[in-house]
Design a protein around this ligand. Structure first.
Ligand code: UD1
Length: 420
């Protein structure tokens, strides 16, 4: 199993190009199931989760052509099967996103209950309730979800009791081919939901209200092909900004979308960073200073993203002052704090809140990654710590960060991959 070895203490300084957004690319790949025409998707990030989704589509019988620039052409005119197997689904929760498109276009789908990051129970009940409201019959056997409908799904008004990104995406995709109007209330407003909606619109779907909490979809009989470029990754952007801030450094990130990161940028300014931005770039300069502690509370978009929580926890570990970090979206998402305490951080957990007393420094240590964003926070801790940090189980990080060690080396970090 690969590891990352980091010698901390260097200020990050330099510029980087941001990759396509994992969390937009995954539902957009699933959306290719909705049409028999050719769909081209550009700006896919080079990540294990993307490979898993491509394998899943391949295993359903889709014809896929990937070029070296990470564009893909998908031809879903014929499927060879309707079952998404446990072996693939277990590694990635987003596999559930093939359920809505398959049942909408083919009237049937069988998908294993998903796995993914170990961050709480993460049910998919709202995906299933929504499909039932649209006329699908759902049954469960041997760990698999079966969804079926006679003819087309029916448009419905669906009020989701919790804001769910994947649930909104699954139901929005299903509704594009349903008979009549679907209204999704309490829908997720995340930029990735908007990117998926824009891709579906490019395929001919009739969608309005995306980016608000009420999304309206007027179903049509068929969608057509399109050529679509995935939005930049706002979480990758935020992670490199925090890494630069924690080391007192500076960074210029290109090919990104700062308007999707407003709360994160405001919090970095509160920590003492100077931020400048244009339409597709953002820069941060910490001018060698130690960051000030900043308290955060996660919430669905446009609130503070849960996917940036662990990185801010790492920055707070070495900041001046005390901060509280409250996680409201997922259970068990403060687990990485125990590993950080092994590096000399002072973090106490009370319920869903971490109370972090900033320390003047951390010490390198062998640590273990436990989920995707938690691993990023250990990398940040390693970058600021004195001595060597070796992070084990970095397959988590490879699910969501493209060539992280190469990108950090470009910024001057002493980081290398130890392959085994
Ligand atoms: C997506 C993102 C993930 C991010 C999360 C929240 C992708 C591939 N992943 O995950 O990186 O951390 O949004 O921004 O886009 N819930 C239910 N029932 C459901 C569905 C969800 O109770 O049917 C709960 C979950 O347990 C969780 C909350 O709703 O507590 C939010 O989950 P959700 O927004 O669905 O997350 P994902 O779409 O899985």
């Amino acid at each position: 199993m690969d590891k990352l070895a980091i010698r901390g203490g260097r200020r990050l300084d330099g510029e980087l190009r941001i990759s396509g957004a994992k969390n937009a690319a995954l539902p957009i790949l699933a959306a290719t199931l909705l049409t028999e025409d050719l769909v081209t998707i550009r700006n896919l990030p080079h990540l294990n989760d993307i490979t898993t989704m491509i394998e899943l589509l391949g295993c359903l019988g889709l014809d896929l052509t990937l070029d070296e620039k990470l564009s893909i052409e998908v031809n879903a005119s014929h499927l060879s099967g309707f079952s998404a197997p446990y072996e693939l689904v277990k590694t990635m929760r987003a596999s559930i996103l093939v359920l809505g498109p398959m049942v909408a276009r083919f009237g049937k789908a069988r998908v294993s209950f998903p796995g993914g990051c170990a961050i709480g129970s993460r049910p998919v009940d709202l995906h299933l309730k929504g499909l039932e409201a649209m006329g699908a019959s759902i049954s469960v056997d041997n760990g698999y979800i079966n969804a079926e409908v006679e003819g087309r799904l029916q448009g419905a008004r669906i009020v989701m009791e919790t804001v769910t990104v994947g649930g909104t995406e699954n139901l929005m995709m299903a509704a594009t081919l349903a008979n009549g109007r679907t209204v999704l209330e309490n829908a997720a407003r995340e930029p990735e939901v908007v990117d998926l909606a824009e891709c579906l619109i490019a395929m001919g779907a009739r969608i309005s209200g995306h980016g608000t909490d009420t999304v309206v979809i007027d179903g049509i009989e068929r969608l057509h092909g399109c050529d679509y470029t995935v939005m930049p990754d706002r979480i990758e952007t935020g992670t490199y900004l925090v890494a630069a801030a924690a080391t007192g450094g500076r960074v210029l990130l290109k090919g990104t979308c700062p308007h999707t990161l407003e709360v994160v940028l405001a919090k970095l300014e509160e920590a003492g960073a100077r931020i400048e931005q244009g339409e597709d770039w953002v820069s941060l300069d910490m001018a060698g200073k130690r960051p000030r502690a900043v308290s955060i509370k996660t919430a669905p978009y446009p609130g503070f993203p849960t996917d940036m929580q662990a990185q801010f926890t790492a920055m707070n570990a070495i900041a001046e002052g005390t901060a509280t970090v409250t996680e409201t979206v997922f259970e068990n998402r403060l687990i990485q704090t125990h590993e950080m305490n092994r590096m000399g951080a002072h973090i106490v957990i009370e319920g869903h809140t971490a109370i972090i007393t900033g320390q003047p420094g951390l010490q390198g240590a062998p640590v273990m990654a436990s989920d995707l964003r938690a691993s990023a926070s250990l990398v940040i801790a390693g970058l600021v710590a004195r001595g060597e940090t070796v992070i084990d189980r970095i397959y988590h990080i490879d699910r969501g960060y493209e060539r992280i060690e190469e990108k950090l080396q470009t910024l001057g970090a002493d980081i290398r991959r130890l392959s085994s």
